[in-house]
Every structure is written in C-alpha cells, then in structure tokens.
Design a protein around this ligand. Structure first.
Ligand code: MLT
Ligand code: MN
Ligand code: ZN
Length: 307
C-alpha cells in the first residue's frame, strides 16, 4: 500500500528500470525498441535508471536523476506536489556521473529545496559543467559523502555508499578508460531501516568476493542488469561495445551476475538499469532463466515494501 503515511519500513519505487537511452531509445529500432512502440506487443516502454525510496510514503529520496525524471514524477502520484509550490522529493543521490544519472538535475531546477548527495569525485564532474549552476545553491544543498560512511538521505533512513568496480562516465573517457576501477566514480548504496538491509547497485563491472560478502543475506538487492550477454550489443548490431567495456557485467556467460548472486541468500533480487537490447525485457528463454533463478526483472512503477 502506498500513500497512507502511517507505515514505516523501507519502501522502494522503481522510477526507471531501463539503462541509458531508455526503452525504446530514440534512435533505435531493434526488436525490443520496435515492440515497445507497438501497443499490441505487451512490452511497455521503460524510462531511464532511477529508484525512489521512502520510509513514511510521504517523503522520498531519489537515487539518480534520469533525463526522464519529469515523466517519472508525472507518472508517480507519490511524487506530485502537495501544495502550490512543493515536492515530496527531499533528496537526490547520484551513483555515477553518466548522463542517464545526472541529466535530470537540469529538470528539477525550479528553486525547489532539496539535498543533493554525491561523492566528491561525482560532485566535481557536476561542478565542472556550468549548466548545472541552474541548481541554485541557495535552495539545493550539496553534500559530499565519503565512501563507507553513514549518511541520512531522509529522516529515519540510514544509508551508506561504497565503491563498486566501474569506470569514469562515458563523456569523460579519454582513450581506453581503466575498467574495474574501485573509487568514487561508481558507487553502490546500502540501506538500513526497520531491521532490513537492501542495496541499489545499478552499475557494476565485476562481483569480487568482498562485494559478494557485503551483500550476502540482504533482504533486497537491485542490481545492474544492463546486458544479458557481454557481446549482446554487437550481436544485435546496435553497437561495437561489450558490456565489460561499458563497465557493466553481463547477467550470464563468463563472470555473469546471475550465478554469482544466486549463491548469496538474497531475499529478493531485482535487475534494473536494463539496456534496450536485453532479451529479458520479453518473454522467452532468457527471461525464464532469470526467473528460474528466483530473480525479478524490474519495471517502471515496480513497488517493493520491506516492513
Ligand atoms: C552506461 O551506464 O553505460 C551509461 O549510461 C552510458 C551512457 O552514458 O550512455
Ligand atoms: Mn547508465
Ligand atoms: Zn533498441
């Protein structure tokens, strides 16, 4: 149930389940994108990567500001203004500086107060581009958060960020970027409230042992589901990059996330940040394989309450 304001616990709302570009992507006519434009296909369009989190159902923290945030707010009654000028969005937290995670900051610029949390490295990327000065610091408080330190994006919500293997944002690449970099560029989030533990990791290049141990036994994990197989974009013919080169580990194949995560006694496993080329968007063997492992395919509007 949502919007009662009386419940406490961790409440998650997938605002955007797709990776950068969304589904359909504006310039793509792959079979998934074509299906997402066809109302009779049963495949609903999906917006770009973002997760909303609340404790009371009234106040929300938004993890990643996608370029689709205006549409996401529009299609999410919990995020509508409740007064002449108002927003239930109390804070925005950025997990990496890719366009799909920061582009929406330009939309939520209308002199509305909220807290913006990021690592110093991601904050520096935002600061380096003067267009983000539209986020008036008189209203938008900036907070640099440190790896492995607690912070509170909402009253009653304890969160912690940690480095996950990744790379610098695509638009900052110069030559061959370091892949599997563990630093402030790409982070995961740990949530703790009401005795529950959950994670949001929309971008992750590999699952080293330390990361598996960290998330072992969690009640809920939202995890990078960008590509089903490493060479998927090449095989579909939409690009020349592997998942690995994009900083995203595949779901299956060598070093796939499905097998590694299956062993970790996670209560609920949900793939998010799913690229438009990924076959798990549609019914078929790949989606069946994910479901057979007990994993879910995220979708816009998906709600999960941990009470
Ligand atoms: C990614 O997650 O790989 C990025 O969203 C790529 C991009 O910025 O288009
Ligand atoms: Mn992305
Ligand atoms: Zn496509």
């Amino acid at each position: 149930m949502t919007g009662t304001g009386f419940m406490t616990g961790l409440r998650f709302l997938v605002l955007g389940a797709a990776a950068g570009g969304g589904l359909p992507q504006w310039n793509c006519n792959c079979s998934n994108c074509a299906a997402a434009r066809d109302p009779s296909s049963g495949l609903a369009a999906q917006t770009q990567s973002s997760l909303a989190v609340s404790i009371d159902g009234e106040n929300w923290a938004i993890f990643n500001a996608s370029p689709d945030i205006r549409q996401q707010i529009q299609q999410t009654p919990q995020l509508h203004p409740k007064a002449l000028r108002h927003s239930p969005i109390r804070s925005v937290i950025i997990t990496n500086a890719d366009v799909d995670h920061i582009g929406g900051l330009l939309t939520i610029r209308e002199k509305q107060a909220f807290d913006l949390f990021s690592t110093s490295a991601i904050g520096a990327v935002i600061d380096a581009n003067p267009v983000f000065r539209v986020l008036d610091r008189a209203f938008v408080k900036r907070h640099a958060i440190r790896l492995d330190e607690d912070f509170s994006p909402l009253e009653g919500l304890e969160a912690r960020i940690f480095a996950v293997p990744g790379k610098v944002a695509l638009f900052l690449e110069e030559g061959e970027p370091e892949l599997g970099l563990e630093g402030e560029q790409t982070i995961g989030i740990e949530f703790i409230a009401a005795g529950k533990r959950a994670y949001y990791i929309p971008g992750c290049a590999t699952l080293p042992d330390w990361l598996c141990e960290r998330i072992r036994g969690a009640d809920l994990v939202f995890f990078d589901g960008t590509v089903f197989t490493d060479d998927e974009m090449i095989r579909v013919g939409t690009g020349i990059k592997t998942g690995e080169r994009m900083g995203h580990m595949p779901i299956t194949g060598d070093g796939g996330s499905l097998e590694a995560l299956s062993k970790l006694d996670i209560g609920r496993m949900v793939y998010v940040h799913i690229n438009n080329t990924n076959p798990i968007w549609r019914n078929g063997a790949e989606r069946d394989a994910v479901n057979a492992a007990g994993f879910e395919v995220g979708h816009d509007g998906m709600e999960i309450d941990l009470d």
